[in-house]
Design a protein around this ligand. Structure first.
Ligand SMILES: CCCCCCC/C=C/C(=O)SCCNC(=O)CCNC(=O)[C@H](O)C(C)(C)COP(=O)(O)OP(=O)(O)OC[C@H]1O[C@@H](n2cnc3c(N)ncnc32)[C@H](O)[C@@H]1OP(=O)(O)O
Ligand SMILES: Cc1cc2nc3c(=O)[nH]c(=O)nc-3n(C[C@H](O)[C@H](O)[C@H](O)COP(=O)(O)OP(=O)(O)OC[C@H]3O[C@@H](n4cnc5c(N)ncnc54)[C@H](O)[C@@H]3O)c2cc1C
Length: 616
């Protein structure tokens, strides 16, 4: 599987590079975006062994290396003359980066770094493509000078001979084993023993080790985390695409499959006529659109921040970090939840490999873990919200994506309930700010009672996580509202199209309201009649969106090859494709399977003989 995946990945890389040159010569790097998501999924359903090379190795060289280092390594990597990965996670550590055990000791005598993974737990473990594909990597290690720890640093390390692909002396490298998906990626392990690299193999754009061993600290240590921020932005885009693919499959299947009359004596309807089926499928279509728009917004913010960082302006890093975390978490959680819900909406056929929903789930699910485990990133955002709440209490202005927190903090109570979109959005924001306030009270009480900040974060973790989750909801819903209601190009839309968009906004806001009704009722008084009115609106907007469901998913424009699903083909010939796929199963090559003579027949005969004996 790995070699097939490499072959397909190389074909895709060539194709996409030519697309980039043709449609976007020298433009913003759509190439990584395409390499990271739908353009690849179709070609390599078992995952792209070059994705970390494209998304992390090449970018780390460009963003963390000096111009000279880019000339030496980055240009060859961008041109796919060398293939690398990003080797940060270890067998023993993934989240707690300050606990990483791999070390780089500077030898001023030879102006080299001596790299070691001192224990089994220090082995790099998980990097994509490391097992068999890559001949280089970015090796993340704790930097030591005269045995004094200086923090994390990145090193360009060649792990395999460029001609023979043999592991170099001092390198122990291989595949970590079968996974629940992405088995074409050859995630690998890497051990180094007294492996020497020249001083100039340490990426030194932001921090330096001079020939005599003097260490020049980075002006902002967090900039070394930047490669992860980019991938978190990519996850938001990639996973919204996975959800859109699953929504396309389930929608098309739901207008082909007929089952169970709604009125006695009536013909069996398309299953999408059942209201409960509409509630399973249509909200996921809308969620895919919502996150696609949010991911595009985040990508623009990433590009602006990356340009600023290049100019040594680090001011926007904190906001980008917070948004990249929250969107990566929200998109990966909601997409995996949604894909599984869409699989179940396809009944038994949804469980067939031929439907491809299981593989789409297996491709989407690890995004809840890699690039920062989701609950850890929620805590990251929770900590940032605590810092921002302190700013609010001090009367200071907040970053733009958190401005609503200041506004809501000035409200002594929630205004008269109207049920309008603005009211629903404000309710989610108000509940978020109420949760932030409660979390801050708990966190601050712990700090005041002499708990350390890290302990206070841990013991306030549930409330911090809730506040972070609601912040994500507020940001995503707010972005969708702005795009539908206040977009500068709204007047270019036909009234019909605008109405479909507004129906999607209605559905999204009401769905989020009901999902967080408990959180909202904690801070806002809403009557039973007002809630029942929203229930009626939910049922009504599902009915209104029903006729547009197929058109919206067709607009995602996934080729049948990308969907790779007998349930979701454009021509709707589901049963023929399911049967065609079944007949291809190896077990159908013979009428009598080999195991009959070898196992089944003796088993049945032995039981028959025993039965006869017991009657005698
Ligand atoms: C799309 C397709 C992708 C397919 C391929 C997938 C490939 C996968 C690759 C990987 O998985 S690479 C490995 C990813 N690993 C991680 O993400 C590790 C997660 N852990 C962390 O990020 C950090 O350990 C932590 C959780 C943030 C904790 O950091 P630490 O304990 O060192 O200190 P903190 O106090 O939490 O943070 C210090 C300070 O720094 C700020 N900060 C943290 N991270 C970032 C960042 N990425 N960018 C900017 N700033 C960051 C944090 O807010 C704190 O700021 P202050 O409070 O000091 O102002
Ligand atoms: C498919 C896949 C591809 C990957 N590719 C790469 C790659 O290319 N390069 C690379 O370097 N890494 C890669 N990784 C590794 C990935 O980055 C780590 O798995 C991830 O960072 C989580 O770390 P961990 O696995 O050590 O889990 P841990 O950090 O051990 O987490 C285990 C549990 O402990 C909890 N936990 C940990 N710390 C805290 C805390 N501070 N507070 C509360 N709870 C906590 C977590 O929430 C989680 O529930 C990949 C992983 C996968 C699954």
């Amino acid at each position: 599987m790995a070699s097939m995946s490499v072959k397909h990945a190389i074909a895709a890389a060539k194709k996409l590079r030519s697309l980039q040159e043709r449609f976007n010569p020298g433009g913003s790097d759509i190439y990584p975006a395409l390499m990271g998501d739908e353009a690849i999924t179709a070609l390599i359903p078992s995952g792209n062994p070059l994705s970390v090379h494209i998304l992390m190795f090449t970018r780390a060289l460009r963003e963390q290396g000096t111009d000279e280092q880019y000339e030496k390594f980055g240009r060859r990597a961008d041109n796919n003359e060398i293939i690398g990965t990003f080797a940060q996670t270890e067998l023993g550590h993934g989240t707690y980066l300050r606990g990483l055990e791999a070390r780089a000791d500077y030898d001023r005598g030879t102006e080299e770094f001596v790299l070691n993974t001192p224990k089994l737990s220090s082995y790099k473990w998980w990097p994509g493509g490391l097992g068999q594909t890559c001949n280089y990597c970015i090796f993340v290690a704790q930097l030591y000078i005269d045995n004094e720890a200086k923090g994390m640093a990145m090193f360009v390390v060649q792990i395999r001979d460029e001609e023979t692909h043999m592991p170099l002396p001092g390198v122990h490298v291989g595949e970590i084993g079968k996974k629940m998906g992405l088995n074409g990626v050859n995630n690998g392990f890497l051990g180094l023993k007294d492996y020497r690299v020249p001083r100039l193999n340490m990426l030194m754009r932001h921090q330096q080790v001079l020939p005599d061993g003097r260490f020049v600290k980075s002006p902002v240590s967090q900039v070394s985390y930047f490669p992860m921020v980019f991938v978190r932005c990519m996850v938001a885009r990639q996973n919204s695409n996975y959800l859109a693919q699953a929504a396309t499959i389930a929608t098309r299947y739901s207008v082909i499959r007929r089952q169970s009359p709604i009125e006695e004596g009536q013909p069996e309807p398309k299953i999408l006529e059942h209201l409960t089926q509409q509630m399973k499928v249509i909200p996921e279509i809308v969620t895919a659109v919502v996150y696609r728009l949010a991911a595009a917004n985040l990508q623009n913010m990433y590009n602006e921040t990356a340009e600023a960082v290049y100019r040594k302006d680090f001011s926007r890093l904190p906001e980008l970090h917070a948004l990249a975390c929250i969107l990566k978490v929200a998109t990966s959680y909601d997409s995996t939840y949604g894909i599984e819900r869409l699989r179940q909406a396809c009944g038994g056929h949804g469980y067939l490999t031929a439907g491809n929903l299981g593989n789409i789930f297996a491709m989407a699910a690890p995004a809840c873990t890699y690039e920062g485990e989701n609950s850890v990133l929620y805590l990251q955002v929770g900590k940032i919200l605590m810092k921002n709440w302190s700013q609010v209490l001090a009367g200071r202005e907040l970053m733009p994506s958190m401005a609503y927190i200041s506004e809501c903090s000035k409200m002594t109570s929630f205004p008269q309930w109207t049920g309008s979109w603005e009211c629903l959005l404000k309710a989610i924001q108000y509940a978020c700010v109420g949760s932030i306030r409660l979390a801050f009270q708990s966190y601050n009480a712990r700090v005041q009672s002499a708990q350390s900040q890290t302990a206070a974060v841990n013991y306030s973790g549930l409330e911090l996580t809730k506040a972070a989750e609601l912040h994500g909801r507020s940001y995503v819903a707010g972005n969708f509202y702005q795009q539908i209601v206040n977009s500068p190009n709204k007047h270019q839309r036909s009234p019909q199209f605008q109405k479909v968009l507004e129906n999607m906004l209605e559905l999204h806001l009401i769905q989020i309201f009901f999902r967080h009704l408990g959180d909202i009722l904690r801070f806002i008084r809403i009557t039973e009649d007002e809630i029942s009115a929203l229930q009626r609106r939910l049922e009504e907007v599902l009915k209104e969106l029903r006729p547009d469901a197929v058109a919206i998913t067709d607009a995602f424009d996934f080729n049948d090859k990308i969907l790779s699903s007998a349930l979701g083909c454009y021509d709707g010939n589901v049963y023929e494709r399911l049967f065609e796929a079944a007949l291809k199963h190896p077990l159908n090559r013979k009428s009598v399977p080999d195991f009959f003579e070898a196992h089944l027949k003796p088993f049945m005969k032995e039981n028959a003989d025993n039965a006869k004996k017991s009657k005698l």
